[in-house]
Design a binder for this molecule. Sequence first.
Ligand SMILES: C[S@@+](CC[C@H](N)C(=O)[O-])C[C@H]1O[C@@H](n2cnc3c(N)ncnc32)[C@H](O)[C@@H]1O
Length: 328
Amino acid sequence: MKSSLFNFKLLFCINHEDRIFPLSLKVLQEDPENKNECIEGFLICPDCKSKYPIISGIAIIVKDIIAYASQRLSVFGKWYSNSKSEEMKNYLKDLSTELKKNSSVDNRYEDEGRYFQSYKWLHNENFESDKFLHLMRWKIKPSDVYRKLTSGIRYEPEGIALDLGCALGLSTIELSNKFSFVFGVDSSFSFMVEAKKKTSDLGISNVEYLVCDILTLPFKNQKFNLIFGLNIIEFLPVEKLMPIISNLLKPHSFFVTTTPYDYNREVVYNPELNDQTLRSIIEKSGFEITIKTKKESFIPWILKINERTYLFYFLDLIEARRVSKHKY
Ligand SMILES: C[S@@+](CC[C@H](N)C(=O)[O-])C[C@H]1O[C@@H](n2cnc3c(N)ncnc32)[C@H](O)[C@@H]1O
């Protein structure tokens, strides 16, 4: 986590409805090669004194850290064994006494989960040698979809963007070329660690990854010039999600989303959603859908589950502008 971020008031305590208290940074360990990187520490609320840990450089800003850690015990084990400072070790030791041993869920997006390697495959630079892709008449590079989805986004060198459910940061990295700063958020700690590593290997420094629940974000309203949310809609109650997105966006700014309408993967909140019902909910939430995405689209997206299994989706793209009475 970049210490320099705290020169600006960007992150707020999620225990206060109006996000009125900016979090302050307590550094326990910094990266010896980059003094601007806090690799271990806490974000602290000046009012309620809530403490959000920063582990391996990733801030974990969740309401219930006990529930979060209880649901991913093997991740918690790594937090403890990799922690460097005495204060973090003690914090995690105290936390361990409160963990609920039976609440481990299917964490398909953590590093031992079913989908972790599937997404890592998208970081692959050598798709030509892939058995399935090699067979296809139409040559497809699966990671290109993220570049294509951002290619039409306007360059806003002073703007800030937010990438919801950003996984390994493929779309976040593309957005970093268009905005002064981008936040990528995801509930998977393992994804955030990988995304941070990839981003830093590419020499990109205007991105920060946070572990957060999309429905409880640590940002003030009207902060963002663009919000991306690729392939997340079916995991979230969309009627609750849209007002959150609308509030976070500056007037007239865009929300861009894709979805495969896949109801087999996980907890499904919106089994009735299709291209028309989703567009209707987005419009009713105060957005105007661009002419070019008014009709459903079929954009190819491939994930490799294992050596012999692939998921091929057609994504539907929606770009929607937040309607506002404010002048441009
Ligand atoms: C299908 S993946 C899409 C990843 C990425 N946007 C893409 O298109 O490649 C869904 C992502 O959303 C994250 N996610 C699901 N529910 C979430 C929530 N409530 N808060 C934050 N992230 C969530 C998952 O961890 C996962 O990384």
